[in-house]
Design a protein around this ligand. Structure first.
Ligand code: ADP
Length: 509
């Protein structure tokens, strides 16, 4: 009894040694040593752990799959693949004459006389096999079989851990490789605004003193307040801002939150160099304003001479018709050129002369002026002013009138005969809201976001397409924004549209 107790204690000690070894290792080659040593305690000529190949491509690259201990382990290694085949079908295999079952090493070495193989399975996933072989015939008692099964379950755990570790390691390396080769600067921070990862492009852009390492707070190396605010923002939506860097470089920075279980873990900030786009945009604006400026005088000249033609001699009817076409063409071009110049001036902020404007009066003038155009299409153009008096609004009167005019004129242009147009005014929360509602042709949802862009016009498929330059709404938007306000539209194709213009009642001092 004492002997059996002693044996049992030794077995428990060995198992303890194996499980400590497995628990303290994350890589397979370290974990497998105590496992093989544990198996060797029952005296085989070879103890082997063999891992099956996985389908995941990246995992087999760095992970060794064959391990052995014992004097004949190299000689018997030839049987590894056959053992894998066997244990895939059966969890535990004991063969007293493996050669009879077709298990023979390909080398000339005689096959083992006895062999035991156990499948390595963890949470129902097959990882490979643990197997031991003897040169001489041998029987296994119950304790030995139980001992090997327990060691095999430890080996399976080690294989599962190693695979998990390798896959996490590969994922990290892949991410680092992607980040390193990304030309855009990328900065990953934790929830307190300290650097977790930074790619070489970001180091190039942001590092101007000591090295940026993991844990460096962003304030210590970023000078741009707006970029720091973006990275430290508490919003749970991505935020963007334009950020200027020395050397006249402009970047568009987007910081997106990294959330885990709804908790903000940190932010990923990607910077895109938009210097060239900015330069192109400035060039385009300058080009447009130069060209429109230079076109103004020749157009005035052409209009003048074309109208004078009738004064210097008798014209026949056909000639009069041609002259009218020339004059109307020149007028269209002048209108476009004036619009372009206006827009340039409004955007540059030149000539904004705010004064106290009686907007009810301005709207009345605009609608009265457009009643003739409305009447020509039998459109009912009405105003809807609130009972209480609208306070005077601090704005540039000429620009405000132009914005109202453009919106009401559009409503008439894009509403069919016998339509209804209502112009209303309201003062809400220190803001003036000017609304034009029509039951005209409407705008499809795809076109709505671009309506206020310069030169944007909806493809007109209706029977009498309207002429225009696509500048009217861009001017309305610029005027609203110059006053610190905005524009908006709700529309349904074929049903009608409602355009709003909102500006603050008072301009900031
Ligand atoms: P234009 O009228 O000179 O084309 P705008 O900038 O004023 O340029 O308008 C841009 C486009 O928006 C128009 O071409 C038209 O397709 C659409 N649009 C503007 N107002 C309305 C409206 N009230 N109803 C339907 N479509 C409109």
């Amino acid at each position: 009894m004492r002997v059996s107790l002693k044996n049992r204690l030794e077995e428990i000690n060995r198992l303890l040694f194996v499980s400590q070894g497995v628990a303290s290792a994350i890589e397979m080659d370290t974990a497998v040593q105590p496992i093989l040593e544990g198996v060797m305690a029952i005296g085989p000529s070879s103890a082997r752990v063999v891992l099956a190949q996985t389908n995941a491509l990246d995992m087999n690259v760095n992970m060794p799959t064959r391990f052995g201990l014992g004097e004949l382990t190299d000689e018997y290694a030839d049987l590894d693949n056959q053992i894998l085949g066997l244990t895939q079908k059966q969890d535990k295999v004991i063969l007293t004459n493996p050669a009879r079952a077709g298990l023979e090493p390909a080398n000339d070495f005689p096959p083992p006389a006895t062999l035991m193989a156990v499948a390595l399975k963890h949470e129902n996933v097959y990882y490979g096999a643990l197997w031991l072989a003897y040169e001489q015939p041998r029987k296994f008692n119950q304790e030995e079989a139980r001992f090997i099964s327990t060691i095999a379950s430890q080996a399976a755990l080690a294989a599962a851990n190693a695979r998990l570790y390798t896959s996490a390691q590969m994922g990290r390396q892949r991410l680092e490789a992607i980040l390193a080769s990304t030309p855009d600067p990328v900065l990953v921070t934790d929830h307190r605004g300290r650097v977790l990862l930074v790619n070489p492009a970001a180091v190039n852009l942001l590092q101007n003193g000591p090295e940026i390492t993991s844990g460096t707070p962003v304030e210590s190396f970023i000078q741009q307040e707006e970029l720091i605010a973006l990275i430290n923002s508490l919003e749970d939506q991505p935020q963007s801002a334009e950020v200027s860097f020395p050397g006249n470089r402009i970047f568009n920075a987007t910081a997106s939150p990294v959330l885990a279980d709804g908790q903000l873990m940190g932010r990923v900030c990607v910077l895109t160099d938009i210097t060239q786009f900015k330069e192109l945009d400035a060039l385009k604006t300058e080009f447009v304003s130069t060209v429109s400026h230079d076109l103004r005088s020749p157009l005035t000249l052409m209009r003048g001479y074309a109208t004078m033609l009738q004064m210097v001699g008798e014209l026949n009817e056909q000639q009069i018709g041609y002259v009218e076409k020339i004059v109307s063409g020149v007028e269209n071009m002048s209108r476009l050129v004036n619009n372009l110049l206006d827009l340039g001036r409004i955007e540059a902020g030149i000539g904004l002369r705010p004064e106290m404007v009686d907007v009810t009066e301005t709207v009345a003038q605009v609608t009265e002026g457009l009643q003739i155009q409305a009447a020509q299409k039998q459109i009912n153009l009405t105003t809807n002013f609130p009972q209480e008096e609208i306070p005077a609004v601090e704005a540039d009167p000429a620009l405000l009138q132009q914005a109202f005019y453009n919106l009401v004129e559009n409503a008439i242009k894009y509403t069919d005969r016998d339509g209804e147009i209502t112009v209303s005014l309201a003062a809400e929360n220190d803001m003036l809201v000017f609304t034009v509602r029509d039951n005209g042709i409407g705008v499809a949802p795809v076109d709505q976001p671009r309506l206020f862009d310069r030169f944007f016009r909806v493809d007109q498929k209706q029977s009498n397409p309207q002429s225009g330059s696509g500048m009217g709404l861009a001017i309305v938007k610029s005027i609203a924004e110059r006053h610190g306000g905005g524009v908006g539209v709700e529309s349904q194709l074929g049903q009608g549209s409602t355009f709003h213009l909102t500006i603050p009642l008072r301009q900031p001092k």
